[in-house]
Design a protein around this ligand. Structure first.
Ligand code: FDA
Length: 393
């Protein structure tokens, strides 16, 4: 029989890395992490672009932010953070505006010098167009929340591109609220702490699992029965597993497919030092086919000395519904999806010796700090008891 470790973690994303680190530190067990990809870090993985000196976030821009002290103290054990503060701009009708919509955006848009109270009164008056109605689609909901002019300029076409669907055809409950700030604060996140890992994401993740009791196998699919750490073999041997892949895949799509949206990235290189003048530019109009563009060099101004000043790289993001085999990014989360997920979760609860977790495993959008928090909880509440029960068997 194969010499199995005490715990196999499927997925080297932040959920898997956190539970592996906790299992070694708290229970002193031997852990094997497997990932079908050729790198650790899951969707938060990044790599250095040699030509430009930019740190490219391979699966889309990742900014760390949290107000959770436990998570902040935990991540600071493995990395320090730069003092990067996230700010986003939007291009509409040939003009660049600050986001999220704030007093600066409003005054620039209406060519005005409104005070906070005046701006509030104006937006309320414009939103009054559909006051008292119960919007059935996203378009009407958007107008009801912030009024037609701002909705049509900044939300309508951007959302239409994100969903590849006319907002008039989208359900109203996709948006609960649209934040509008009646001051000039254009800091994107409101969390207590934010920044980017000083030495990059990969150095952070490597430090989390820098222990001889943790071994990593990359390019290994849990469902490939030709490799030793596969679902069938581990189930038969009763080895404890933490599974951070998709639940529909785990059950061979027996109840149907969960729906996801994905993003395609188009890389464009410029013989310029700085193309956008900022890290993230949203494109609010329908005539630009992508939703936003990311210029990675601008996430790390503190590395300017080591960056190439003649070249830069920008990634344009195109959003669409995922098919099987695409990277699943954002859960679509219709009522039917939620019901289907619940049925898979009921099956998952019956799997002895397997804990499902992470964004894929629980069909939820999590930010990094949220997934770390949920992994710390999952270790205490479900994984430690599973390891203890197995040690007794
Ligand atoms: P993650 O997806 O990272 O890891 C799961 C791993 O399991 C993957 O590496 C996968 O290959 C592996 N796996 C799956 N099936 C397998 C199988 N059968 N066999 C072996 N391995 C398998 N958060 C934030 O805080 N700030 C931000 O700015 C952003 N930005 C952002 C942009 C985009 C486009 C997305 C989609 C997401 C973000 N996030 C974010 C969220 C962030 O990416 C997320 O919180 C973490 O990646 C979640 O970590 P997990 O470990 O749950 O999943």
């Amino acid at each position: 029989m194969a010499d199995y470790p005490d715990l196999v973690v499927v997925g080297a994303g932040l959920f898997g890395l956190t539970v592996a680190q906790q299992a070694v530190e708290k229970a002193g067990v031997r852990v094997r992490i497997i990932d079908v990809r050729d790198h650790i870090g899951g969707n938060a993985y990044s790599y250095m672009d040699e030509e430009t000196g930019a740190e490219i976030h391979k699966y889309g821009a990742h900014l760390f932010h949290t107000s959770n002290r436990r998570v902040w103290e935990y991540v600071n054990r493995f990395t320090s953070f730069t003092n990067y503060v996230h700010r986003v701009h939007a291009t509409h009708d040939g003009v660049v505006y600050p986001l999220p919509i704030n007093l600066g955006t409003i005054n620039q848009f209406f060519h005005a010098a409104l005070t906070p109270a005046e701006a509030k009164a104006l937006i309320e008056q414009q939103a009054g167009e559909l006051a008292g109605t119960d919007p059935e689609n996203l378009n009407d909901k958007g107008i009801q929340l912030i009024g037609r002019p701002l909705y049509e300029a900044f939300i309508k076409n951007y959302t239409g591109k994100q969903w590849q669907t006319d907002p008039a055809e989208l359900p109203a409950d996709i948006i609960k609220r649209l934040p509008v700030r009646f001051n000039y604060d254009n800091r994107y996140f409101k969390d207590t702490w934010e920044g980017l890992p000083t030495d990059g994401y990969t150095a952070w993740f490597e430090r989390m699992i820098d222990d001889p009791r943790i071994e990593v196998s990359l390019g290994v699919d849990f469902f490939d029965e030709s490799q030793p750490y596969n679902k069938k073999a581990l189930t038969e041997a009763g080895v404890p597993v933490v599974y951070t892949g998709a639940p529909d895949r785990y059950f061979d799509y027996a109840l149907g497919d969960l729906q996801w949206r994905t993003v395609d990235f188009k890389e464009v290189r410029y013989a310029e030092d700085d193309h956008l003048g900022c890290p993230v530019m949203n494109y609010s109009d329908a005539d630009v086919p992508y939703t936003r563009a990311i210029e990675f060099k601008n996430f790390n101004p503190e590395r300017r000395e080591s960056q190439n000043h003649e070249k830069t790289v920008v990634w344009q993001e195109y959003s669409r519904f995922a098919r099987r085999g695409d990277e699943p990014y954002y859960p679509v989360n219709t009522p039917a999806d939620k019901e289907l997920y619940q049925r898979y979760a009921d099956l998952a609860a019956l799997e002895k010796n397997v804990v499902f977790g992470g964004r894929l495993g629980t069909y939820r959008y999590y930010d990094m700090h949220q997934v770390i928090d949920s992994a710390l909880d999952a270790y205490e509440q479900r994984i430690a008891p599973m390891l203890a029960a197995n040690a007794r068997d």
